[in-house]
Write a protein that binds this ligand. Structure first.
Ligand code: GDP
Ligand code: MN
Length: 396
């Protein structure tokens, strides 16, 4: 689980790693007020779960409350890496003399904890690693190995810290190491660790990723207001909803809802849609002989997904029959209604009966079928995929 910068800094504080005084704001008005309380130049930092904010315009400055407010308005309008900005961290603006890098991560291949140190901070460390790998100091530790004071000094020396402050910076490294182990972290970075013009070392940024499987060991996170949250690798709300109904389902990046037959047909459908230039919004498997209720539930998942612009449906009736499939779709049309254009095809077991049932139901209530175009074996599946891609494009 990734933490927001301000959450990471709360943990830093707890472990005596110096951070700037900060306040959190959820609106430009709040920023205006807080900037007044600071009564000095401030930095405004969008709180999002991705790095590279500096480059993306997600870090701004304000020399007075008015400027802070107008910069905050810009930030709240911004999407950084696809994330909307909902919170801004306001801090006293540091006068930066130097930007350093200090990070800890796991070396999974060798079962080690690794501290990474570089006197060139602020920029992406991956970039330095590519360009000048010799500039990065790596210290490896066994999982149960202690951090010794002299190692702190080695780190501080690598960061070109002046002698009187070697211990101070060494202690920051030692504290970060303790924090990393105490909280079962996967990654902790201070980038940049700043040397200010009045000679202080301060963590100007935090990046922390914790091991989800160990979160139960840290109830205090909840007390600090740090909640478990969705991120890559965790289930999305729709995936949870699908799981509750026992439907194998995965959210993908695209905008075409995929309503296939079994898993194999589902994979093929996603392949066809991609081939014709579309992007599936999901992968789904009906999971064995689906009842009409189950089929209707599957369609609800797609129809209620705001990302979905059109729905592709293809059924190859094998053990589960196309007339049962048609029953499920008709049930959905009657009870829920279709708000997205959907194009579908049925072949295989009982497909003629399925088509006949649709025609019959359409005769009775043409309005239900306004958004649904259905075909039998006469239209090849490629055409259905192409049509779904077109429909999604038309919907913009
Ligand atoms: P990131 O780009 O998401 O990693 O965000 P950072 O918090 O690291 O900020 C990006 C850059 O903004 C830093 O490397 C600094 O150069 C600059 N920056 C951040 N905070 C301050 C500050 O308080 N004062 C000044 N002068 N620059 C800052
Ligand atoms: Mn940073």
């Amino acid at each position: 689980m990734r933490l927001y910068e301000h959450e990471g800094k709360d943990l830093f504080s707890k472990y005596k790693i110096p951070v700037p005084q900060g306040r959190l704001a959820k609106s430009a008005e709040e920023v205006f007020e807080l900037a007044g309380e600071f009564n000095k130049p401030i930095v405004l930092k969008s709180q999002i779960l991705t790095g590279g904010r500096g480059k993306a315009g997600g870090v701004k400055f304000g020399s007075d409350p008015q400027e802070a407010k107008s910069e905050a308005e810009k930030l709240f309008d911004l999407q950084v890496g696809g994330f909307p900005v909902e919170k801004i961290l306001i801090e006293e603006k540091l006068k930066i003399e130097k930007e350093l890098y200090l990070g800890i991560t796991l070396d999974r291949a060798n079962y080690k904890i690794v501290i990474l140190v570089c006197a060139e901070g602020g920029v992406e460390i991956e970039e330095v690693a590519r360009r000048d790998p010799q500039k990065i100091l790596k210290l490896s530790f066994d999982i149960d190995e202690k951090f010794h004071q002299f190692q702190g000094l080695v780190i501080a020396k690598w960061l070109e810290v002046d002698s009187p402050q070697l211990r101070e910076v060494g202690a920051i490294a030692g504290n970060l190491f303790r924090l990393f182990k105490d909280y079962d972290a996967k990654l902790m970075e201070i980038n940049p660790l700043v040397l200010t013009s009045d000679g202080k070392y301060v963590a100007a940024d935090s990046r922390i990723s914790l091991d989800d499987d160990a979160l139960f060991r840290h109830p205090d996170l909840k007390e600090m207001g740090i909640e478990k949250r969705h991120e890559e690798g965790e289930l999305t709300p729709r995936e949870i909803q699908a799981r509750e109904r026992d439907i194998p389902y995965l959210d993908l990046e695209g905008d075409i809802g995929m309503f296939p037959g079994g898993a194999g047909f589902g994979i093929m459908g996603n392949d066809f849609v991609s081939y014709f230039g579309g992007e599936p919004a999901n992968f789904m498997d009906s999971g064995g002989g689906p009842t009409p209720e189950r089929l209707a539930n599957m369609l609800v998942l797609l129809d209620e997904n705001p990302k979905v612009k059109a729905i592709f449906a293809a059924r190859f009736g094998g053990i589960s029959r196309c007339d049962d499939f048609a029953k499920g779709v008709i049930k959905f049309l009657k009870e829920h209604g279709l708000s997205k254009p959907m194009v579908m095809r049925m072949t295989g077991n009982m497909w003629q009966e399925g088509v006949r049932m649709f025609e019959e139901a359409r005769k009775q209530n043409p309005k239900l079928f306004e958004k649904l175009e259905f075909h039998g074996i006469e239209v090849p599946i490629e055409e259905i995929a192409k049509k779904a891609v077109e429909l999604a494009k038309e919907a913009g």
